[in-house]
Design a protein around this ligand. Structure first.
Ligand code: ZN
Ligand code: ZN
Length: 368
């Protein structure tokens, strides 16, 4: 991973945002910029260099993982260590500073209490300012190394659908199916699941995020399977909806409508279109089938180090798609108390359109 390149591009963005320094606290951002995978850290990015603050538990790991920043091990929380380190250094050079240093913080990942504490520690030497999401913006466009890792995660994730199809039977509980998938994922080398496996059968398929429960799979009905793995830090995400027992004509129509909406959204993905245009393409199809009111979430999201990243493919999102972005396309229809269908693929925005990274088996699977 090109950590030095990422840091150098971030420095330009920091300058462009009129900040002197950026104190990065969102752990996936720290991982993106330095490779550090521990659970406690802060990363201070300065015009000439970067410093990772963590505690003694991570001394060995930080040394192994971090080559692009100097490492400071503290006894207190990494943010306090960072503030004291910065305040001490600034005090040492006081008098030469024409103005207070402007330190950007990441408002989405810092508590109000910690912000107050930092402000007190830096009083007189630096001023805190909420920074725009500079690292998140950079992370939207994936480089070749990241795309390769995402492809591998998707490949592994795809194999789990076969496990699901073999395990889903009337009378088997949703958690048993999820457990079989998750066991297979771990055996194949996944670090974990990218989120709690969604397995929602029968009327529960109308619950958008129906985590696998102890409910048993009924003799007839849809089963929504939404699952992903983390492999070499990167996430996969895929949804397939199968039908147990022969589907009614109405069930087939519903499935076909969602599939048509999903294909329309995929066809709309290309550089220059806005995220909301892609969302609109899916919604238009469902509107024509009088199903739009049952499509209650956005069409998709970016993914990478996190399962949900920018951009969001939703109404009102003006973000334009660019080559290298990796997003999900996942329209769904949920009729409360009755049933639900969702179909989700991951696509890579290319120079001319997009490449569907998820294997394209989307005919309705019927499990007898
Ligand atoms: Zn999903
Ligand atoms: Zn998703």
């Amino acid at each position: 991973m090109d950590y030095a390149g990422r840091l150098s591009r971030l420095r330009s963005a920091i300058e462009g945002a009129d900040l002197d320094l950026l104190l990065v606290t969102h752990l996936p951002n720290i991982r993106y910029l330095s490779g550090f995978s521990g659970s406690t850290a802060a990363l201070l990015v300065e015009p000439h260099g970067a410093t990772l603050f963590t505690d003694g538990r991570y001394r060995t790991q930080a040394k192994q993982e971090v080559k692009s920043a100097r490492i400071v091990i503290g006894r207190k929380s990494p943010l306090v260590t960072a503030a004291e380190w910065l305040a001490g250094r600034r005090k040492g050079s006081r008098g030469t500073l024409a103005r207070q240093t402007s330190v950007g913080i990441e408002p989405e990942s810092i508590t109000v209490g910690m912000r107050d504490r930092l402000a007190a520690l830096l009083k007189g030497t630096a001023r805190l300012r909420s920074a725009p999401p500079l690292v998140e913006r950079a992370r939207m466009v994936k480089d070749a190394d990241e795309i390769l890792r995402i492809r591998r995660a998707i490949e592994l994730g795809a194999s789990l659908f076969q496990v699901a199809c073999k395990t889903i039977r009337p009378g088997v509980s949703e958690v048993e199916v999820a457990a079989a998938m998750e066991y297979a994922a771990r055996c194949a080398g996944a670090e974990g699941m990218s989120f709690a496996t969604i397995l929602a059968a029968g009327p529960r398929s109308a619950i958008v995020h129906g985590r696998a429960s102890r409910a048993r799979i009924p003799r007839r009905g849809f089963v929504v399977c939404d699952f992903g793995v983390i492999l070499a830090d990167y996430c996969s995400d895929r949804t397939r909806t199968v039908h147990v027992g022969q589907p009614s004509r109405e069930a087939r129509h519903l499935y076909d409508a969602v599939l048509e909406a999903q294909l329309a959204a995929i066809a709309a993905v290309r550089p220059g279109v806005t995220a909301s245009e892609v969302d609109g393409a899916a919604r238009r199809v469902l509107r024509s089938r009088k199903l739009a009111r049952y499509f209650t979430h956005s069409t998709g999201h970016g993914l990478g180090l996190e399962i949900h990243e920018a951009p969001r493919l939703a109404a009102g999102q003006a973000q334009k798609l660019e080559p290298g972005m990796v997003v999900t396309i996942e329209p769904g229809v949920y009729v409360p108390g009755k049933w639900g269908v969702r179909i989700e693929d991951v696509v890579l925005v290319t120079a001319t359109g997009c490449e569907v990274l998820t294997p394209a088996d989307k005919d309705l699977v019927v499990i007898e």
